[in-house]
Design a protein around this ligand. Structure first.
Ligand SMILES: Cc1cc2nc3c(=O)[nH]c(=O)nc-3n(C[C@H](O)[C@H](O)[C@H](O)COP(=O)(O)OP(=O)(O)OC[C@H]3O[C@@H](n4cnc5c(N)ncnc54)[C@H](O)[C@@H]3O)c2cc1C
Length: 452
């Protein structure tokens, strides 16, 4: 009999596990209480990047003066923007559903909970069903963290999920939280012309990133007139008439038309029946081993709920690895997922992307490295694009030349980092990059130069 594999949650982790497991011969049931595609399609990656792309086009029109064109400012059409976001989400959801259907995955629209280690209860709008499973994947994702001192109203006091776009476009907005999501929202709203204030709890935006990278972004924010409130923690956000007042622990107070919270997320495991199945968790995140197995060996967790890297790309890869493990492929040919080799990007302007070993990390480990850096100002295509901000940095092993990591700040950094990501995963040497025949003129030429 085929392995009965039940998946709870149809985001990137659940969908990729379902597709691969079905392809490998499992009998797959995928339960989703909201929308197939998950938060990634509905509220996170797709709508935020669509808004950022439109905002980027708007800010580009402010720079066209330098390209031999007459300067003209664009204006945002909120209805058209909303339509564009819904259209993209709809297309991606339809594609995902078609793919799952084509693999014979049974999809159930309903909420699921574990009744025991091999039983899942599904509640739909019209019925309650209990499904027996040989293997279970928990891929229920996460939701924005809301502290008890803040009460989002979806109108003026927003979570990230209320922003695509907000009912009324902000004239001014205070962003609370200066991690990846916070800085992307600063970029997004300032591109649309809002006056933005960013509450930064430490002395640097993106506290976990390379100081040099964060400095480029801070410079860009300051040039655009973004106000940075460093060393301040928000302690209350209140609505006073048509204003939002954000108060900080150092006594500073910010008034704006809107405020948005971007202070992390919490896992969706409340009421999921983890205890009934004997699954161990910490702060709500399911504890997993390198195969994404929980302490109950046939119950897996993948995606944000596993408490590893909260990225859609990582969730999908975890889902694929789970499918391989459920179907016993790890005994044949199976590469373990190495979270240290995940490329990530921040969709600001300039874009920021990195992968593998960071310079600061290597210094902290006392590891010998070779660091080479090339600014885009020397790259012909950057000049042609009228945007030569940023640089490419490659970290390699001085003895062997093997590429260990890299970071890119600049236009299309999220695309360009793929070359370094491939080099890191495949243990390529800097000479492999140097000797690749790249297109001219192209931004990728900076990679070859940085690898010299
Ligand atoms: C604003 C923002 C922007 C982001 N942008 C990016 C980006 O550009 N690139 C990137 O790689 N990552 C990005 N991320 C992170 C990315 O969205 C997540 O890492 C990704 O969605 C995790 O996928 P997942 O499969 O774990 O969960 P999700 O996508 O959250 O899907 C989980 C699904 O489980 C369902 N579910 C939950 N409980 C139950 C239940 N009991 N029964 C049935 N169904 C259930 C939910 O309805 C949901 O559809 C962003 C995050 C945020 C907040």
């Amino acid at each position: 009999m085929a392995t009965r594999f039940v998946i709870i949650g149809g985001g990137p982790a659940g969908n990729s596990a379902a597709t691969y497991a079905a392809r490998l011969g499992a009998q797959v049931t995928l339960i989703e209480r909201d929308v197939i595609g998950g938060a990634a399609h509905l509220w996170d990656c797709i709508p935020s990047k669509t808004m950022i792309a439109t905002g980027g086009a708007m800010s580009f029109t402010r720079r066209i003066g330098g390209m031999g064109l007459e300067q003209q400012d664009a204006e945002v059409d909120v209805a058209a923007l909303t339509g564009r976001i819904e259209d993209i989400k709809g297309r991606l959801q339809r594609n995902t559903i078609q793919l799952l259907e084509s693999q014979g995955v049974r999809m159930i629209a309903g909420g699921a909970r574990l009744l025991g280690p091999n039983r899942v209860e599904v509640t739909t709008s019209s019925s309650v069903e209990v499904i027996e499973a040989d293997a279970i994947l928990i891929s229920t994702g996460s939701r924005p963290r809301i502290p008890d001192w803040c009460h989002p109203d979806g109108e003026r006091i927003l979570t990230t999920r209320d922003c695509y776009p907000p009912n009324q476009f902000p004239t001014s907005i205070t962003v609370v939280g200066s991690g990846v999501t916070g800085v992307e929202f600063v970029h997004m709203f300032s591109s649309f012309g809002a006056q933005v204030t960013l509450v930064v709890s430490r002395q640097q935006v993106l506290p976990n990133k390379d100081a040099e990278v964060a400095a480029v972004l801070e410079d860009d924010f300051l040039r655009r007139g973004v106000r940075l409130l460093k060393g301040a923690r928000a302690t209350s956000i209140e609505r006073v008439d048509d204003q939002v007042v954000v108060s900080c622990d150092d006594g500073r107070v910010v008034h704006s038309s809107h405020a948005v919270l971007a202070i992390g997320s919490v896992p969706n495991t409340d009421g999921l029946g983890l205890e009934a199945a004997g699954v161990a968790a910490e702060r709500g995140y399911v504890i997993i081993n390198r195969h994404c197995q929980s302490n109950v060996s046939h119950i897996y967790a993948a995606g944000d709920v596993s408490g590893k890297l909260p990225l859609s790309s990582v969730a999908s890869m975890q889902g694929r690895k789970v499918a391989e493990h459920v179907m016993g492929l790890q005994k044949v040919a199976h590469r373990h997922l190495d979270y240290d080799k995940a490329a990530s990007a921040i969709f600001t302007e300039p874009e920021i992307a990195d992968v593998g070993l960071a310079e600061t990390e290597a210094f902290a480990q006392g590891r010998k490295i070779r660091v080479t850096k090339v600014p885009f100002s020397a790259t012909p295509k950057a000049l042609i694009n009228n945007d030569s901000r940023g640089f490419v940095k490659i970290v390699s092993d001085p003895a062997t030349g093997v590429v260990l990591g890299g970071s890119i700040v600049g236009r299309h950094a999220a695309e360009l980092i793929s070359v370094i990501a491939l080099a890191v995963t495949a243990h390529l040497k800097v000479s492999d990059i140097v000797e690749s025949l790249f297109v001219h003129p192209a931004l990728a030429e900076a990679l070859a130069e940085a690898a010299e």
